[in-house]
Design a binder for this molecule. Sequence first.
Ligand SMILES: [Zn+2]
Ligand SMILES: [Zn+2]
Ligand SMILES: [Zn+2]
Ligand SMILES: [Zn+2]
Length: 265
Amino acid sequence: MSVLTFQKADGSLSQYTFLDAQPIALHAHEGGLSLGSVEGVPQAVITRSKVYQVPLVVSLSGDTRVRVNGRRVVGLRVLRHGSRLQVGNFEMTFWEMILQEVEVGSPLRNRRCPICRLAYQVGDEVIICPRCGLPHHKECWLEHEFCSNTGCLYPIRETFKRLLAAHGLVLEQLAANSPLVGQQVRCRAGRPGVDAQPFQAGQHVVYCPNKDCKAAFHLECWVSLGNCPACGKYDVSKFLRSIFIPNTPPYLGEERAETPEAAVS
Ligand SMILES: [Zn+2]
Ligand SMILES: [Zn+2]
Ligand SMILES: [Zn+2]
Ligand SMILES: [Zn+2]
């Protein structure tokens, strides 16, 4: 399942959910944008490749007004989570990894996470694999390189790393000569067991994006954080919701938090 979000002519936000097995046609006309099967010649079709089910946009009309991230689509172009797609005057965002909260009565409640084997509870944050449809806890999903389903191989880490970079965050695999390893720095999450040892070469590390903080965390520790325990000014859970839930406002950190108090005194 994938989602396209876009702004309508009246300024309101709209979202369109579609199944991967079903190609969708987009047709921009003077009055607006049509999604789904439309009469006449569509300008673009979203579908998946036969091999690896990679999402693609196909420009059927050869029109210069079909663009991905500002670049004209000649023939076809791969879509990634967060890609900005333009058809005519309409700009849409493509969403693939979508975060959802388990609700009372959700069919997910009868299922277990394939990674940690725990049954899903109300309030758990879950990401459904966009390629094979298998649900995972957010933390269990984001800490792995590929989808856990044998034969699926959805590239989680590659997609997540690119997404973090687009928001100015760094995810790196520590080399043996990394200063974090050399100086025996420990992960600031303070989890018993894993964080009692300093960082090791080969581990995947994320740095807090607050420029006054930049504390280092194991990837698996960071994705389960709320507020950064080192600076208390960057809410990781809020950031992840902003990049995995369509139509959530962008999250830029809590750096403004001190300003109003200073103004009062
Ligand atoms: Zn899990
Ligand atoms: Zn999968
Ligand atoms: Zn850690
Ligand atoms: Zn921080």
